[in-house]
Design a protein around this ligand. Structure first.
Ligand code: AGP
Length: 615
């Protein structure tokens, strides 16, 4: 998830674009770049780091003249954050310049073809491949930029929002959208293009939001023409008058980044398996894993090291790996593991999970594991982060920037990656039947829809939050795959509402915690369809008989638990192994609404940091 900005009109483009990039930095902040054009020379400058770094470089390196320009702030997916991989990217001739937000899945095969035709590439990005494909088509088909972009986009698979201009056409910018957001700000004799309206809201409130598979050729002094990329059909643009203010737009109209990130889960889970999960073909492709499969299939055990929410994702993975890939797993708090003098051998695989990729304890655990000969695999959300560089190999979750301190979309995308790894290993090891394998691949493919359905209970969950917001304590219970989800639910409530909460394996209650139960104790029980369902029902009876208040997460259509529980939060039916991806949603929303009702600083809770870089 990157931020893109463009301008063509009567003003100097530079200040508009640089301020626009600052406003879009919540979308990605690992590198930035700008290209300005005054009709003579294209001035391009790009750098690793934040937009302020770009400003410093621009002041030293380029002229800021020109009333046409494009700019980009990056959240890396392909190619680590550095000056070369930063956007914009030139085509080989230097005539075309492009910025892109999204992922081109088939860029590898296109790149090979272009190299055979003599193209060279400076960066590791999919974007540089796209601009050269456009150049190749423009040259070969002898067509204008707009047509070349259209033909090129009909050859690519993936998601994109792009803006590209041609040195030979100083009065034109071509933009296109599929999957990633793109808005056009319509001013008087000027146009703005951006990932959202924040870069141009102070200049115009008139905006056109491109729909998927639409493109536009924006020319100075002419009306915007929008066409369908597939069939070139003209589309009548839907022009909106914007009501939202700046802060609201950054949060996408949500009150907090945490709520926005909870609602982003359907799309970021899709992004996380984009180009990796080909359910119908029964294929899971994970670049970082392909070359190291034998390390996993011959491993004595897998040791997962992590902290906080990432540790909970590791616990879910323990169930999946052991159940399906039949590989023994140990899940370790990195802070304990690093000092416990653990027994590690070169026959061990260590998986380190971290959203930020900068957590000090997890980093130290990695170093220790490497010193003792283990193969260390990383699962991170930040491309180029320290942990991603310290591990031998790894897989990125494509959750995009997670601004809210309370981790939500990183958790579900971590579980998505771990599930794909486990299913792939189970297939290779033959510990899963072909039918089960295909069933779970197809079910995994439906997860974004199922998560969307779970989000539709939001209003109901808000009512439950209203009832329990003044509770002094909460208990969260789950069994099997959903025991870690109970722990995660308790952590979410603790960290943003400051209410004391504990998660437990439901059967553990009888060994002590049940003493806490009375009519003042809300107990959240995950009671979805599973092999443990009957056992969970009897755990609920134990709590009911002590007057505990039951808030149950149930599978839609459930009747048994519905009759016993005081309140239910419904989720769609899903195989047990994948259920943590949907059962966690109502728990995220419950903690969010309670924290809002208690007027907590939901995005920046007290005493917490998004990335714990000290021990
Ligand atoms: C979770 O909501 C917290 N922000 C915290 O527990 C977090 O999961 C932990 O600090 C680990 O962070 P990481 O995934 O960036 O390593």
């Amino acid at each position: 998830m990157c931020g893109i900005v463009g301008y063509i009109g009567k003003r100097e483009a530079y200040p508009i674009i640089i301020n626009g990039l600052k406003r879009l930095e919540y979308r990605g902040y690992d590198s930035a770049g700008i290209a300005l054009y005054d009709g003579n020379e294209i001035q391009l400058c790009k750098t690793k780091g934040k937009v302020v770094n770009l400003e410093e470089r621009v002041a030293q390196e380029i002229s800021t003249k020109g009333s046409l320009g494009i700019g980009h702030t990056r959240w890396a997916t392909h190619g680590v954050p550095n000056d070369v991989n930063a956007h914009p990217h030139y085509s080989n001739s230097g005539d075309l310049v492009i910025i892109h937000n999204g992922i081109i899945e088939n860029y590898g095969s296109i790149k090979k073809e272009l190299i055979n035709r003599g193209y060279t590439f400076k960066s590791d990005t999919d974007t540089e491949v796209l601009v050269n494909l456009i150049e190749e088509i423009k040259k070969n088909e002898n067509v204008k930029l707009g047509k070349a972009v259209q033909l090129a986009l009909n050859q690519v698979v993936g998601a994109y929002a792009i803006a590209v201009f041609d040195k030979n056409k100083p009065d034109e910018i071509v933009v296109a959208k599929l999957g990633s957001p793109l808005a056009i700000g319509v001013g008087e004799d000027e146009f703005f293009v951006a990932s959202d309206a924040t870069p141009f809201i102070e200049f115009t409130k008139t905006a056109i939001y491109l729909e998927d598979e639409e493109m536009a050729v924006i020319r100075r002094g002419r009306d915007v023409k929008i066409r369908k990329i597939k069939n070139d059909k003209l589309v009548h643009p839907y022009v909106q008058e914007l009501q939202l203010n700046l802060e609201q737009i950054e949060k996408g109209g949500y009150d907090h980044f945490m709520l926005k990130e909870i609602y982003e889960q359907p799309s970021v889970i899709k992004d996380t398996y984009r180009g990796r999960l080909l359910a119908d073909e029964g294929i899971i492709k994970l670049g970082g894993l392909e070359d190291h499969i034998s390390k996993f299939t011959n491993a004595n055990r897998i040791i997962i090291v992590a902290c906080g929410t990432s540790w909970h994702a590791g616990l879910v993975a323990e169930y999946i790996f052991e159940d399906w890939a039949r590989i023994p797993v140990e899940v370790e708090y990195a802070s304990e593991f690093r000092y416990r003098n653990p027994v590690i051998t070169e026959k061990d695989v260590v998986i380190a999970i971290s959203q930020s990729g900068e957590t000090a304890d997890t980093l130290a655990a990695i170093k220790l594991a490497k010193e003792r000969g283990a193969f260390v695999y990383g699962i991170c959300n930040v491309v180029g982060s320290t942990i991603s560089r310290e591990t031998h190999s790894g897989t990125y979750t494509h959750a995009g920037p997670e601004i809210g301190v309370a981790s939500t979309k990183a958790f579900t995308t971590q579980i998505t990656v771990l599930t794909m790894i486990a299913l792939k290993l189970a297939k290779i090891k033959g510990t899963i039947s072909q039918s089960d394998y295909m069933l779970h691949l197809r079910e995994l493919d439906t997860i974004p829809t199922k998560v969307q359905e779970a989000l539709e209970s939001d209003a109901k969950i808000k009512e439950i939050a209203e009832i329990f917001k003044d509770a002094a304590n909460f208990l969260y219970l789950g069994r099997g795959y959903n025991f870690p989800v109970a722990l995660e639910g308790a952590l979410k409530l603790k960290e943003i509402s400051y209410i004391h909460a504990e998660g437990y394996p439901a059967a553990e209650m009888k060994h002590g915690p049940i003493a806490l139960i009375d009519e003042h104790m809300p107990v959240v029980v995950i009671a979805v369809n599973s092999n443990h369902y009957d056992k969970v029902v009897s755990n609920i009876q134990e709590i009911k008989s002590r007057k505990g208040k039951i808030i149950a997460v149930v599978t839609e259509g459930d009747t048994t638990v519905r009759e016993m529980a005081d309140y239910v939060m419904e989720v769609p039916n899903i195989p047990e192994m994948l259920s943590p991806l949907v059962t966690t949603i109502p728990l995220q929303l419950l903690s969010y609404h309670i924290a809002v009702m208690l007027e907590r600083n939901v995005d920046q809770p007290r005493n917490l940091a998004k990335s714990v870089t000290v021990e």
